[in-house]
Design a protein around this ligand. Structure first.
Ligand code: ADP
Ligand code: ASP
Ligand code: MG
Length: 436
């Protein structure tokens, strides 16, 4: 069996869903587990609903109705008005309304997961009903009956043994009935049956969880790009497709923030030598990228840019050296606040780290260490990582930037940069009234 994953962009509207069906038509009769994300930007829209509910702004229901209406509009394009899918989707959305009808739960992350899962629950119901309508037999599976996590809401840690047992018990008999099995990315469940999520953009990871637990022969994620490119095409022109990548290179790229694949995706596949393909849902005949093998290839420079970074300059209040016990304490606090350190450097009495600029977590961290340390924060920065760098790539990337921090480790170069503000065109008479 194989695992396919279709992300938000590939199911964003009725014509996108029809395109997914046309891709799957090519695989009719094959045992495939299909993982689907929420449609388009639904997760962002649901986050707005959750925030409105948490802050009791009074418009949570209104925002939720907009999400619902967007789905109904897509459904009207795909189904006859009397199709039973409308009742199914109504019933699914009602579960979100129950959350909104209650007072906001004190545990924001818990409440978030109980509501945000609606995006995946409805998108998979819609796609599954459509595939059946066009003659592609598909059985819908609730991913929460398979993927079990701890209760770290919004970032659930997978309990692999339980998940493997569930997957092996549930999925093969469904596949044996013939047709596809279609389920949700991103969501899981605690052992007490509360919904959890695996972190934003986590559907790639869900696909890898299913592939690992079911010993899939391969996993394919269908994206709006021809494959993995040597940089994000939204930021750079002249990017090139990487035809093959080792697991290690893919892990490094995603660790440094290449958003094309969720960073947790590769490990479960590598551990079972399952090849992964990144292919275009726009051009399904394209070769895409194959991620397999542990042997290294030669690569062109690969660039990853992480925006919205901050540098934290941490120094001891009493001028004592930043020693190991200080580091231990600082890292302990960073871990509690779930602040991810992208890069670091230290001098005698100071220690500088580059972290994603998540203001509330950083504020809490600063408060927690303020008895011993002074923390100065610089925001609006970008972290640029270049794998397999050349001097020319570095020079090109430095143009128009102020470099605040730079580091080279073997074939990886990292720099934290700020964009040079455009010099204002000043209305100054440089020659004087008399002219030359
Ligand atoms: P999904 O629909 O599965 O959620 P994403 O939007 O998360 O897909 O990922 C695809 C996007 O990743 C592309 O549209 C592209 O802009 C971006 N991207 C970032 N880095 C790369 C890269 N190195 N190669 C290809 N795409 C990249
Ligand atoms: N729908 C979720 C998100 O937007 C998960 C995913 O798309 O991978 O974060
Ligand atoms: Mg995504």
């Amino acid at each position: 069996m194989k695992v396919f994953k279709f992300g938000g962009a590939s199911v964003k509207d009725a014509s996108a869903i029809k395109n997914v069906a046309s891709i799957l038509e090519r695989y009719k009769g094959n045992p495939i587990v299909i993982i689907i994300s929420a449609m388009g930007k639904t997760t962002n829209a649901l986050e707005a609903v959750i925030n409105a509910h948490a802050k009791q702004t009074g418009n949570a229901h209104e925002l939720y109705n907009e999400v619902k209406e967007h789905h109904y509009a897509v459904m009207r394009d795909l189904f006859d008005a009397n199709d039973e899918v409308f009742t199914t989707i109504n019933d699914t959305f009602v579960e979100g309304e129950w959350v909104l009808d209650e007072a906001p739960n004190e545990d924001y992350d818990y409440m978030y997961d109980q509501l945000v899962c609606m995006g995946e629950l409805v998108s998979t119901r819609i796609v599954s009903a459509y595939l059946n309508k066009v003659g592609l037999k598909t059985q819908w599976l609730d991913a929460r009956d398979v993927v079990i996590t701890d209760n770290t809401y919004r970032e659930g840690w997978v309990m692999w043994d339980k998940t493997k047992t569930n997957a092996q018990k549930t999925v093969p008999p469904m596949l044996a009935n013939g047709g596809f099995v279609l389920t949700q990315g991103f969501i899981g469940s605690t052992t007490e049956n509360f919904t959890t999520t695996l972190g934003r953009e986590g559907s790639d990871y869900s696909a890898a969880i299913f592939a690992h637990c079911l010993d899939a022969e391969s996993m394919t994620i269908w994206k709006d790009v021809p494959g993995v490119l040597n940089a994000d095409p939204r930021l750079f022109e002249n990017v090139i497709k990487l035809d093959r990548l080792s697991y290690k290179e893919a892990i490094e790229m995603t660790y440094y923030g290449a958003t094309v694949i969720h960073p947790k995706t590769i490990k479960p596949l590598q551990n079972k030598s399952i090849p992964m393909f990144v292919k275009s849902f726009i051009n399904p005949d394209g070769e895409g990228t194959e991620i397999s093998s542990d042997t290294e290839d030669t690569y062109p420079p690969i660039v990853v840019v992480e925006k919205n970074q901050a540098l934290l300059h941490i120094s001891t209040l009493d001028y004592s050296f930043v020693a190991e016990h200080h580091m231990a304490r600082l890292f302990d606090k960073l871990a509690t606040q779930r602040i991810f350190v992208n890069s670091m450097q230290n001098t005698a009495i100071s220690f500088t780290i580059c972290v994603p600029n998540v203001a509330d977590r950083i504020e809490k961290f600063c408060k927690e260490v303020s008895d011993e340390f002074k923390v100065k924060k610089e925001s609006d920065l970008e972290l640029v990582t270049i794998r397999h760098y050349t001097n020319e790539t570095i020079e090109n990337l430095k143009r128009g930037k102020v470099v605040l921090f730079e580091e080279r480790i073997r074939n990886t170069m990292q720099m934290v940069v700020r964009n040079v503000p455009p010099i204002e065109r000043r209305d100054v008479d440089l020659v004087g009234s008399k002219g030359l």
